[in-house]
Design a binder for this molecule. Structure first.
Ligand SMILES: Cc1cc2nc3c(=O)[nH]c(=O)nc-3n(C[C@H](O)[C@H](O)[C@H](O)COP(=O)(O)OP(=O)(O)OC[C@H]3O[C@@H](n4cnc5c(N)ncnc54)[C@H](O)[C@@H]3O)c2cc1C
Length: 432
C-alpha cells in the first residue's frame, strides 16, 4: 500500500487493470501523473476499436486500421507496464490475479476489471462453428475469409443451386452489429466486387437478416428502427422480424419454421460478460455482468472496481448501456476513485453522459439519435464518419485515417481483400 505514515515512505500502491479495451485503456491513461504503479494485462497485444469490426469483416478496412499495440499506446506512461497474459481468475481474498494457467500471479492493492463481453449462443455453444460471431480481430478475419471464399467458390461452382447457396449470407440478430453487417454485404457485392468476376453476377448475392424481436435496433426509437429496416430493404436485404432461430448447423439456419440454406452464417445475436466476473464471488446479472455499486466498486471489496461491458452499471437510477462511450467514461471514473482512496478521500458515483446512438447501413446511410434529435440517411452517415475518425484519431494519426478511409470509401478499391488460407477441399468443413 502506498502513502506516508509516521514519516516513513511506504511502497507505491499497485493498481492492476485487466483488459486493454476501451474501459481498461482509458482507466490506465487516467493514472498518467499518479504515484501508483500500474499494470495493464490483456490476453491480446492490441487494443481493438470494436465499433469498426464489421468494416474489417467485410474487407472494407484492414485489421491494422482498427487495432494498435497496447504497449505502444501506453509507451509514454512511465509508471505503467503492460503484460500480455490471459487472466483466469481473481482471488479477492489474496488480492491477486491468476493468469497463464497458474504460471503467473499478479498482486494488486487496487483492481480495475475491464475484460468486456463476448457473443453468446443462448445455451447452444455448438452453433459457433457454423455461425461465427464478431468480437475480436480474429473473428473479423475469419468472417472476411468466409465471405470472400464464398464468392471465389461460387465463381467455380458447377451447379446453379450450389452457386445460390454460396451466394447466400444469413445474419442472425438485428442489433447494431447485425444491421451494419447486413448493410455492408450487399454494398460490397454490388459495388466492390462486381466487375471482378466473370461467371457470377455478385450483385445477385442474397442477404437475409433474421431478428427474433418485432423490430431492428431494439434499443433505438421506433422511427429509427423503421428507417433502418427501409434502408436495408432498399439495398435488397431480406429482413425477417419476429423470427426466432431454433437451430443452426453448418450451412443451415432453422428459423420461424423455415429452413434457410447459406454457405455463410454470421452470429450477431447475444452477448455475455467475460467469465472472469464470476470469480469475484459477488452477484452477477442475467448476462454475467458484475452488479457494481454506484462508485463502480463491488460489494464488500472497496478496492475492486468493474467497468465497461463487464459491469452492470446504473447512473441516476437508470441502467447504463453496453456501448463504447459507457466504457470510455467508466474506466476513468474507477481510476479517479482509486486515486481518491489512495489519498484517503471518499469515492464518487459514476454519472453516465448519454451521447446517443449511431448505426450505419451500407455506404452513405445511417441512423442516429442524439437526445431527442433523430437523424437518418446521408446526414447521419456523415456524422458517423466524423465521430469515428475523431475517436480513431485518439490512437492513430488522424490524417492517415482520413486518407485510407477516403481511398477505401470513394474509390471502391479494396486493399484488404486478402484470403490468407489455401483453397483446399477440406475448408468446406469450416462452413463455406
Ligand atoms: C462488432 C461490434 C460493434 C460495436 N459497435 C459499437 C458502436 O457502433 N458504438 C458503440 O458505442 N459501441 C459499439 N460496440 C460496443 C463497444 O465496442 C463495447 O461496448 C466496448 O468495446 C466495451 O469496452 P470494454 O473495455 O468494456 O471491453 P472490450 O473493448 O471488449 O475490451 C476488453 C478487453 O479485455 C481483454 N480480455 C478479455 N478477457 C481477458 C482475460 N481473461 N485476460 C486478459 N485480457 C482479457 C480483451 O482482449 C479486450 O482487450 C460494438 C461492439 C462490437 C463487438
Amino acid at each position: 500500500m502506498g502513502g506516508v505514515e509516521n514519516g516513513v515512505t511506504l511502497e507505491r500502491p499497485r493498481v492492476l487493470i485487466v483488459g486493454g479495451g476501451f474501459g481498461g485503456l482509458y482507466a490506465a491513461r487516467a493514472f498518467r501523473h499518479s504515484a501508483a504503479r500500474v499494470t495493464v494485462v490483456d490476453r491480446e497485444n492490441h487494443h481493438l476499436f470494436q465499433p469498426l469490426l464489421y468494416q474489417a469483416a467485410t474487407a472494407t478496412l484492414a485489421p491494422t486500421d482498427i487495432t494498435a499495440p497496447i504497449r505502444w499506446l501506453l509507451r509514454r506512461q512511465e509508471n505503467t507496464e503492460v503484460l500480455m497474459a490471459e487472466v483466469e481468475r481473481i482471488d479477492v481474498a489474496r488480492r491477486v490475479a491468476v493468469a497463464d494457467g497458474g504460471a503467473l500471479t499478479i498482486p494488486y492493492d487496487y483492481l480495475i476489471l475491464a475484460a468486456g463481453a463476448r457473443h453468446s449462443y443462448f445455451g447452444h455453444p455448438d452453433w459457433e462453428t457454423a455461425a461465427p460471431g464478431l468480437k475480436s480481430i480474429e473473428d473479423a478475419i475469419r468472417i472476411r475469409q468466409r465471405v470472400l471464399l464464398a464468392f471465389e467458390r461460387a465463381e467455380k461452382a458447377a451447379r446453379d443451386d450450389e452457386r445460390r447457396r454460396l451466394l447466400t449470407f444469413i445474419i442472425v440478430g438485428g442489433g447494431p452489429t447485425g444491421v451494419e453487417m447486413a448493410g455492408m454485404l450487399p454494398t460490397i457485392a454490388r459495388d466492390t466486387l462486381s466487375g471482378d468476376f466473370r461467371r457470377i453476377d455478385t450483385r445477385r448475392a442474397r442477404v437475409v437478416l433474421v431478428e427474433g424481436g418485432p423490430r431492428l435496433l431494439a434499443a433505438y426509437p421506433d422511427d429509427l428502427s423503421e428507417a433502418a429496416r427501409r434502408s436495408l430493404e432498399a439495398l435488397g436485404v431480406e429482413v425477417r422480424l419476429d423470427t426466432r432461430v431454433t437451430h443452426v448447423a453448418r450451412g443451415v439456419v432453422e428459423a420461424g419454421g423455415e429452413r434457410l440454406e447459406a454457405a455463410t452464417i454470421i452470429w450477431a445475436a447475444g452477448n455475455e460478460a467475460s467469465p472472469l466476473g464470476a470469480s469475484l464471488g459477488v452477484p452477477l446479472d442475467r448476462v454475467g455482468r458484475v452488479i457494481v455499486n454506484a462508485d463502480l466498486s463491488i460489494p464488500g471489496h472497496p478496492e475492486v472496481f468493474v467497468v465497461g461491458d463487464q459491469a452492470a452499471m446504473t447512473s441516476r437510477g437508470k441502467p447504463v448501456p453496453g456501448v463504447a462511450p459507457a466504457a470510455i467514461q467508466s474506466g476513468p471514473v474507477a481510476a479517479a476513485n482509486v486515486k481518491r482512496l489512495i489519498a484517503g478521500k471518499p469515492t464518487r458515483p459514476f454519472r453516465y453522459l448519454d451521447k446517443g446512438d449511431l448505426a450505419t447501413i451500407g455506404r452513405y446511410k445511417a441512423v442516429a439519435r442524439f437526445g431527442r434529435l433523430h437523424v437518418s440517411g446521408a446526414l447521419a452517415w456523415w456524422l458517423w464518419l466524423f465521430i469515428h475518425i475523431m475517436y480513431l484519431a485518439g490512437f492513430r494519426n488522424r490524417a492517415s485515417v482520413l486518407v485510407e478511409w477516403g481511398y477505401a470509401f470513394f474509390t471502391y478499391q479494396r486493399g484488404s481483400r486478402l484470403i490468407a488460407t489455401r483453397d483446399r477441399p477440406g475448408a468446406a468443413a469450416h462452413g463455406v
